[in-house]
Design a binder for this molecule. Structure first.
Ligand code: AMP
Length: 431
């Protein structure tokens, strides 16, 4: 074969795509229940947008961006995440800022040049929600509650909520220094990447998955010792709110995330059955980002959930059988093929106003199959009924494919659609 799907990407085929559609609908429904509205931003943005927000020293910006120049020499980047584009849009579009609090969400593909493995792709989907305009712990709690509602609604049970605080511009530099000083004492034992992180981004060492770094990370100072009073109070507020909402959580003092814009709260939800890539999603507060983009100081908190991992975690509960057609129109003779297509249109209600259509799924053969081959095709598709053209003397013959029996009635063209819709509505047993 000449072409293959690019490394780290995949096709989502019929059979699986129904699960995706189901998941998208379910998550959209929950986001709507919480009052979040969708924003669709472009797939690419100026490179600077991500460098400034995600952070120059992060793995995402240093190693994983898909960056290209357009014909005018502008540097553009396929979005590696959704928060920065959404904040850009929030600042650019006054209607998004009409209320003092904005609840917005996005859903779509993201791109990172990562080492592909199970649960880690170069193109992957994220669903993300952002709550802009509140500095209150209640906003953090709403975000975690929303995330947990999505998980439980799609059938994920064994989820663990991890929360931490990274402090703010007052106390985080203190923590960064404490971490740097600590790891300098054992720098020789760190992996090569972490040796580099020691100068570029020491907090990221806490997130290193290389086994030889694990015991060193265990002994690292906890962020909680460095938090300033305001950050400590906020963190207490978040934990209290979660407790009052009945949301179980674990405080995870070494949880850091791969994006620099977070301040104060960070959280992650892990599903143990997912193995090495067990984070279904995560998020946190980003109180400085709107200001960094040139807007007014606007505290905010957000979450992003990986669609592939969500589907994986939901497992069987996200199984959606692809529906077969209700009717196959069978052309008994080769010259009836177009007549079959005309009748199929009529049965679908395509000549009626959309609200009057009903929803009969109707298919016809376009390969010039013999009538017996068309019948085999119809049973393979699990069609519920077959209707034959040309019509018989009294009307249209209808065969109940599941029962293997011809119907007693042969309705006229006028009655045919109503008749089949009636048959379908009266069916008690699921197909
Ligand atoms: P992040 O934007 O890095 O905070 O990631 C949020 C969520 O997106 C993760 O918990 C994953 O579920 C998902 N995710 C991030 N990177 C990838 C990837 N390369 N492949 C698949 N899912 C990913």
């Amino acid at each position: 074969m000449k072409f293959q799907v690019p490394r780290g990407t995949r096709d989502i085929l019929p059979g699986e795509v129904e699960r995706w559609q189901w998941m998208e609908e379910r998550t959209r429904a929950i986001l709507a229940l919480y009052g979040y509205r969708e924003v669709r931003t472009p797939i690419f943005e100026s490179t600077d947008l991500f460098v400034r927000s995600v952070g120059e020293a992060t793995d995402i910006v240093r190693k994983e961006l898909y960056t290209f120049q357009d014909r005018k020499g502008r540097s553009l980047t396929l979005r590696p995440e959704g928060t920065a584009p959404l904040v850009r849009s929030y600042l650019e579009n006054a209607p998004l800022r009409q209320e003092s609090i904005s609840r917005l969400y996005y859903m779509g593909p993201m791109f990172r040049y990562e080492r592909p493995q199970a649960g880690r792709y170069r193109q992957f989907w994220q669903i993300g929600a952002e709550l802009l305009g509140s500095a209150k712990p209640e906003a953090d709690a709403e975000m975690i509650d929303l995330f947990r509602s999505i998980l439980s609604d799609v059938g994920v049970r064994d989820a663990t909520v991890l929360v931490n605080s990274l402090g703010d511009s007052v106390c985080r530099p203190r923590y960064r220094e404490a971490i740097r000083a600590y790891f300098e004492t054992c720098a020789e034992a760190l992996c090569e990447d972490c040796k580099e992180r020691l100068t570029t981004n020491p907090l990221r060492i806490l997130d290193c998955k290389v086994p030889s770094c694990a015991p060193l990370i265990q002994g690292a100072p906890s962020v909680l010792e460095s938090l300033c009073e305001a950050c400590a109070e906020h963190f207490e507020g978040v934990k209290q709110a979660l407790a009052q909402l009945g949301i179980g959580y674990e405080a995870a003092p070494r949880l850091v995330r791969g994006l620099d814009y977070y301040t104060r709260t960070v959280f992650e939800i892990q599903v143990q059955s997912l193995g090495a890539q067990n984070a279904v999603g995560g998020g946190g507060r980003y109180d400085e980002l709107v200001k960094d983009f040139g807007g007014p100081r606007t505290p905010a908190v957000g979450v992003s959930i990986g669609m592939e991992r969500l589907l994986w975690a939901a497992g069987e509960s996200a199984t959606q059988p692809a529906p077969g057609p209700d009717v196959c129109v069978i052309a008994l003779t080769p010259d009836a093929a177009i007549e079959a297509q005309r009748l199929a249109r009529k049965l679908r209600g395509q000549d009626e106003a959309p609200e009057k259509r009903g929803s009969l799924r109707v298919m016809v053969d376009v390969a010039g199959k013999s009538s017996s081959a068309q019948m085999k095709w119809a049973s393979k598709l699990m069609a519920r009924w077959a209707v034959f053209v040309p019509r018989a003397a009294d009307g249209y013959a209808i065969r109940d494919m599941a029962a293997g029996k011809d119907g007693p009635k042969q309705p006229t063209e006028e009655d045919l659609r109503r008749h089949i819709l009636g048959l379908r509505d009266s069916m008690v047993a699921p197909r």
